[in-house]
Write a protein that binds this ligand. Structure first.
Ligand code: KIV
Length: 303
């Protein structure tokens, strides 16, 4: 089924207006090429997640990601996004120390990286921070349920909202972040019936990840969705492509083609092997000829 993509740039009010309308689509992006691809595909929002740490830098968790990492990657994504809303994830310890520091760091994403909104983890306990950032004119997407930055406090990655106490906390948190001015809230690994209840209870859109189809939108780590992740992906991800296989096949084809060229080039006209492989670009008479394949083209320095 083809998807109709509105040409207009996505704005925060548009995201809010989609509550109960069409499902909001959000994917993570960390660099310019992926941002252009996902934007061309018509995804509504690009989240420069702090999953940057694990997905791009191979770290075991997101805790080591810095403001400088996030600013640089957000700027690259923003350059590639023509239509999609760009949301920057606030990294661990960039908003927990003080409300003032949170506002200043959130502002850096708009000033230095051209993000249009920020996301931060935490529920009711983050309401004051969300209020201060939104008062500064910076749209905030909240994030509750599984919050990877509190990994050590949580003990492990698991579903949230199984106990009555947790359900009450999450429902109250969703209401609190809405009251504080958040324009949307990510529900990560929130138990299905609770995700549905929260979605019905608040007026801002819920964006689910492993939290059932009942949310107003969905977000996924693009590398997981598109089959670029080496190893296991979370159970809730239904992959739509296997790009790792394609990249490996493409690289192998290049390796084979390159080796074939150098093998045939090292054979003298009468079939003897031994001439240096540089003769791949030499005509039989020894004159240097144009490369026979595209390895000789492109990326030539202009100076
Ligand atoms: O960092 C991230 O990619 C996220 C999403 C998974 C919601 O926070």
């Amino acid at each position: 089924m083809s998807t109709l993509v509105a040409q207009k740039a996505v704005t925060v009010p548009w995201i809010r207006s989609q509550k109960g309308q069409s499902k909001i689509t959000m994917l993570t992006a960390y660099d310019f090429p992926m941002a252009t691809l996902l934007d061309d595909a018509g995804v509504d929002a690009l989240l420069v997640g702090d999953s940057l740490g694990t997905v791009i830098y191979g770290e075991p968790n997101t805790l080591s990601v810095t403001m400088e990492d996030m600013i640089r990657h957000t700027r690259a994504v923003a350059r590639g996004a023509k239509r999609a809303l760009v949301i920057a994830d606030m990294p661990f310890m960039s908003y927990q120390v003080s409300v003032e520091q949170a506002v200043a760091n959130a502002g850096r994403f708009l000033k230095e990286a051209s993000a249009q909104a920020v996301k931060l983890e935490g529920g009711a306990e983050m309401a004051e921070t969300i209020r201060a950032i939104t008062r500064a004119g910076i749209p905030v997407c909240a994030h509750i349920g599984l919050t990877p930055q509190t990994l050590h406090a949580m003990g492990n990655y698991r579903m949230h909202g199984k106990s009555e106490q947790e359900r009450r906390y999450l429902l109250e948190s969703a209401r609190e972040v809405e009251r504080a001015g958040a324009f949307a809230v990510v529900l990560e690994c929130v138990e299905e019936s609770l995700a549905r209840e929260i979605t019905a209870a608040i007026e801002i859109p819920t964006i689910g990840i492993g939290a059932s189809p009942h949310c107003d939108g969905q977000v996924l780590v693009s590398y997981d969705l598109l089959g670029l992740t080496a190893g296991r992906v979370p159970k809730f991800v239904t992959q739509t492509a296997q790009l790792r296989d394609q990249v490996i096949a493409g690289a192998r084809a290049y390796i084979d083609r390159t080796r074939e060229v150098s093998v045939s080039a090292t054979q003298a006209p009468h079939g003897a092997v031994g001439a240096p492989s540089v003769s791949a670009t030499q005509a039989p008479n020894g004159a240097v000829a144009a490369p026979s394949n595209d390895e000789g083209k492109g990326h030539a320095p202009s100076h």
